[in-house]
Design a protein around this ligand. Structure first.
Ligand code: HEC
Length: 486
């Protein structure tokens, strides 16, 4: 389960949400569709070796045209004859030479091999309207439809991101294909905003109250979309439901999408610059100064050798700070469009990063359990570090009203720190699992943490008292013991 304990593990989705109706399979009586029925099977069982990069056996299968062109031995499909088509016979054969190769993977399940057989029997046709050259991975992504989140979750879902609303009164929490919005004073669910993304990893408000969300479906797709959560929804049992998938009044901007999760998001306080990065190692930086409609991609910063796990921008939009799975924190000058400094001191995964608004100090946290501070325009040397957390530290946030930091950790706590001296402040307890995310309220008076087991706690910054603690998975009232967890 180690992978699943990792905050952005790609395998967790399947483990955690068994009910997800993902895989297409042919229905009896209906003709087999290449794109809807066959292509998902190929993606699952063949593309690992037969994609544009690997081309095992000189065979690239990522478009219909390429499938039919075949590899070293030509077209492996004889329409009408599955028995004599290597495309089918190689996957059901009892011989040593099988696909996937015996030493490399499991056999294709019988029912799926049957779908391929039927498709060949029916003439190995391409769906009407589909370009034979179309990239199948992209076609599958575009056609994929997100499920409607259940009214009540069968089990709690990890909280990877949360943010207070501009009035400090509500919390927006990442759910399963949705954002859930909770009233802090009562811990009541007041609104749900359905999203295409399965998970939200970064949530931030623009100055006009629109909500930017970075997220994705692990290993499949990632995106940044902007929602108007003040739009009108439907009332469902006292909860307002907004359709952020289809309703254009709710989903007001689709900034970009990529082929794996977008894991972090940062916006300058003036709302003019937005940065988002993730599994493709890139941070995309948008200029929003002419408004959302005219949002323009300014730069794509590829400065890390592995996933970008955290990002922040100084208020003037000059310094972009990033945290990487490559064990470094980095600073990029957005004005000069160049790398300024690499901070290597963590020597382990850097999960979270932030920068003081005036750009005079950067802060990072990671698997080494340390909070470290450094100068964004310095030499990459540490100014100071602070220990205290008893386990990996995942996220860091800067209080918008005073020099105070909050960090969240696998040790089940949130800690407050003096941002100037790194002197330890209060340790905030009450959560009972890994705390993946932390956020201050805009007035700086509250801090919230979100946890692996779906629970969320809100504390008062002034005295560390708990304002509210609740599970943010709709329908999960009490904490259930997690069977996946040791
Ligand atoms: C783990 C890697 C791997 C996977 C997964 C895999 N293959 Fe292959 N495939 C190979 C290699 C290596 C060859 C070349 C050696 C050979 O032909 O036996 C090959 C060759 C082939 C060929 C012959 C191409 C030619 O013209 O010689 C076909 C057809 C084929 N694969 C189909 C499939 C199908 C269909 C799947 C999915 C159900 C699949 N393969 C999954 C590694 C893989």
């Amino acid at each position: 389960m180690l992978l699943c304990r990792y905050p952005v593990g790609t395998l967790c989705a399947a483990v955690l949400w068994l009910a997800s109706p993902q895989l297409a399979s042919a229905q009896p009586g209906k003709p087999v569709s290449f794109i809807n029925d066959v292509a998902p099977i190929l993606k699952e069982n063949c593309f690992a070796c037969h994609d544009t990069k690997k081309k095992s056996g000189k065979y690239d299968m990522t478009s219909y045209e390429k499938i039919r062109a075949g590899g070293a031995n030509g077209d492996p499909v004889t329409p009408g004859k599955p028995e004599t088509s290597e495309f089918h016979s190689l996957i059901v054969t009892a011989d040593q030479r099988r696909m996937p190769p015996r030493d490399k993977g499991e056999a294709v399940p019988k029912d799926k091999a049957g779908v391929i057989a039927q498709w060949i029997k029916d003439g190995a046709k391409l769906d009407a309207g589909l370009d034979p050259k179309a990239d199948l991975v992209k076609e599958l992504r575009v056609r994929w439809k997100p499920p409607v989140p259940p009214a009540k979750y069968p089990f709690a879902i990890i909280v990877n991101a949360l943010a207070f609303t501009p009035d400090n009164k509500q919390l927006v929490v990442g759910g399963h294909h949705e954002l859930t919005i909770w009233d802090v004073a009562t811990a009541k669910l007041v609104k749900r905003v359905y999203t295409r993304a399965e998970r939200a990893y970064g949530i931030a408000f623009l100055p006009d109250g629109k909500l930017a969300v970075a997220g994705g479906r692990p290993g499949q797709e990632g995106d940044v979309r902007v929602y108007n959560i003040a739009a009108k929804g439907k009332d469902e049992g006292g909860v307002e439901v907004l359709d952020g998938v289809n309703d254009k009044a709710v989903l007001v901007k689709h900034l970009f999408d990529v082929e794996d999760s977008v894991l972090c998001l940062a916006i300058t306080p003036d709302g003019k610059t937005l940065a988002a990065g993730g599994c493709d190692r890139a941070v995309r930086v948008f200029d929003l100064s002419a408004g959302l409609d005219k949002a323009a991609l300014m730069q794509t910063v590829e400065n890390h050798a592995d996933w970008v796990l955290g990002c922040g921008i100084s208020a003037d939009g000059k310094y972009l700070v990033t945290a990487g799975r490559d064990k470094t924190a980095k600073v990029w000058d957005l004005k000069e469009k160049q790398s300024i400094v690499t901070f290597p001191e963590h020597q382990n995964i850097v999960y979270g990063v932030t920068v003081k608004a005036d750009g005079s100090a950067g802060f990072s946290v990671g698997a080494d359990r340390q909070l470290r501070t450094w100068k964004p325009n310095g030499e990459g040397k540490q100014v100071r570090n602070a220990a205290g957390h008893g386990d990996e530290v995942f996220k860091i946030a800067y209080n918008p009203k005073q020099p105070m930091l909050a960090t969240s950790s696998a040790d089940k706590t949130v800690r407050l720190w003096n941002a100037d001296t790194l002197a330890a402040g209060k340790t905030l307890s009450g959560l009972t699992d890994y705390v993946y995310t932390v956020a201050f309220s805009p007035d700086g008076e509250l801090v919230a943490g979100g946890s692996y087991d779906g629970s969320v706690a809100v504390w008062k910054v002034s005295d560390g008292t708990t304002v509210k603690a609740f599970n943010a998975s709709p329908g999960i009232v009490t904490k259930e013991p997690d069977p996946k967890k040791k």
